[in-house]
Design a protein around this ligand. Structure first.
Ligand code: ATP
Length: 369
C-alpha cells in the first residue's frame, strides 16, 4: 500500500540544534548509540509497553516530516500510534500538550492513551484514531473544494480548536488542513474536528501566565503555503499568526486553491500573500463571502500580544451560515449514508490514490528543500 506523504513541516531550528548539540558534545559511545539504534519502526513490528500490552504496528496511516503514524489496537479499541526516531525528540512536546488538553477536558484534541520509547530506538505515543485529514478529504472531492456549509462548519470547529489550544497557553505555529481531521462515526466523534500534530507548538505565556514578549527575528517556522506574513519575515509568532494560517486554509477549502498554490519559493509565496491583500484583493476574495474580507482585516490588525476576537470571528462565520441557509445539523460534504457504514475501514483504506499522491508531491512544498 502506498502512502500519501503529508505536507511536511520544517522542524523548529532549536530542536535541530538540540539534537546536533547532543551528538557533538556527548561521548563517542553516545554517538554510536544514536547512529546504530536510532531508527523509525517498520510496519508489522511489535513492542510491549509498560502496561504489558503488545502493540502491533499495523497499517501505516500517514507519514510526517518526522516519523510514521500507524494503526493499532489497545484493549480491543482501534487507536493511532505516532512514532519518531528517539533523537528527533519532538514527541515530548506533543505529549505535553495532549496531557494538558486532556486534563482541561478540551473537546478538539485526541485522547492520549500511552507514550514512551522503545529501547531508545524510537519514541511513540498512542492516541485516538481519527478519520482522514482535511487536506485529503478536500482533495477527494470532485470539485476539490468544500461547500459553504462544510467550509463554515470546519471554520467554527477549527477556530474553537485553536482557541482551546491558546487557552491552555500554547501556539500551534503549524495550522494547516493536514493537521485537522474529523473523529470517527464508530466512536460517535464524527461531528467534531480534531487538531493534531504539536511538533512545533510553543508556550506563549510564562509560569505566572504572563504573555511572553516577542523575541523579534527567530527564523522560519511552519509550512510555507499556510505561513503568516510574520513567519515570512522570520518573526516570532503569536496567536494572530495561527489565525492567519487558519484563514488561508479556509480560502483553500472553499475556493479549491490559494493563488500561490504553484509557487515553491518562500519569498515568492510571501509576495503573493501581500499581492492578495493589495492589487490582487478583489480577485482573492471574488469567490468568498464578504465576511472573509472583514476577518482578514481583523487578523491583519492584531499586534503580537493581541488576543484574537474569536467570538467576533465566529459571529461573522455564523452570519455567512445564516445568509446561505446552512442547516443546523452537521452534514459534511464527505459524509455518505448516515446509517450503518463504518469509517474505521475508510480511515485506513484510501491511502493509495495515486492522483492525490501526485498532487501533494507537486504542490505541498515547504522550505525544506
Ligand atoms: N490520530 C490519528 N489518526 C489517524 N491518522 C493520523 C492521526 N495522527 C496522524 N495521522 C496521519 O498521519 C499523518 C502525519 O501525522 P502528523 O501530522 O502528526 O505527523 P508529523 O510528522 O508531525 O507531520 P508534519 O509533516 O505535518 O509535521 C497525518 O497527516 C494523518 O494523515
Amino acid at each position: 500500500m502506498s502512502v500519501i506523504p503529508n505536507s511536511p513541516t520544517l522542524v523548529a531550528e532549536e530542536n535541530i540544534e538540540k539534537i546536533r548539540a547532543v551528538v557533538e558534545i556527548a561521548p563517542r559511545v553516545h554517538r554510536v548509540i544514536l547512529e546504530k539504534k536510532d531508527r523509525l519502526p517498520l510496519q508489522g513490528e511489535m513492542f510491549e509497553n509498560d502496561k504489558g500490552h503488545q502493540i502491533v504496528l499495523k497499517q501505516k496511516l500517514g507519514d510526517g516530516a518526522m516519523g510514521h503514524v500507524f494503526l493499532t489496537e489497545v484493549d480491543g479499541r482501534s487507536v493511532a500510534v505516532k512514532t519518531e526516531k528517539h533523537s528527533t525528540a519532538m514527541l515530548p512536546m506533543e505529549i505535553k500538550v495532549l496531557l494538558i488538553t486532556m486534563r482541561e477536558n478540551c473537546k478538539h484534541f485526541c485522547r492520549i492513551y500511552d507514550y514512551g520509547n522503545v529501547r531508545r530506538e524510537y519514541n511513540y505515543m498512542i492516541i485516538s484514531l481519527l478519520g482522514r485529514d482535511l487536506y485529503r478529504l478536500r482533495s477527494e472531492m470532485p470539485t476539490r473544494s468544500f461547500s459553504i456549509n462544510t467550509t463554515t462548519k470546519i471554520a467554527l470547529e477549527t477556530l474553537e480548536a485553536i482557541e482551546e489550544l491558546h487557552s491552555i497557553g500554547y501556539l500551534s505555529r503549524d495550522v494547516k488542513p493536514s493537521n485537522f481531521a474529523p473523529g470517527l462515526r464508530d466512536f460517535k466523534e464524527h461531528k467534531t474536528i480534531f487538531m493534531f500534530d504539536f511538533g512545533l507548538a510553543k508556550k506563549y505565556v510564562d509560569r505566572e501566565n504572563r504573555k511572553l514578549k516577542s523575541r523579534g527575528e527567530v527564523g522560519w517556522r511552519g509550512t510555507v503555503r499556510y505561513g503568516s506574513l510574520n513567519a515570512h519575515k522570520r518573526l516570532d509568532l503569536g496567536r494572530r499568526d495561527d489565525l492567519e494560517c487558519w484563514f488561508y486554509m479556509l480560502v483553500e477549502m472553499h475556493v479549491g486553491e490559494v493563488p500561490w498554490r504553484f509557487l515553491t519559493d518562500r519569498a515568492a509565496v510571501g509576495k503573493a500573500k501581500i499581492h492578495a491583500r493589495e492589487e490582487g484583493r478583489a480577485n482573492f476574495f471574488f469567490k468568498l463571502p464578504k465576511q472573509f474580507d472583514t476577518i482578514l482585516q481583523m487578523i491583519d490588525s492584531y499586534a503580537f500580544e493581541t488576543r484574537p476576537e474569536y467570538r467576533q470571528i465566529k459571529k461573522l462565520i455564523n452570519e455567512i451560515r445564516a445568509e446561505n441557509n446552512c442547516p443546523n445539523h452537521i452534514h459534511w460534504d464527505w459524509q455518505t449514508d448516515e446509517s450503518q457504514y463504518s469509517e474505521l475501514t475508510e480511515a485506513v483504506s484510501v491511502m493509495s490514490d495515486m492522483a492525490i499522491l501526485a498532487e501533494q508531491g507537486a504542490t505541498n512544498v515547504t522550505d525544506r528543500g
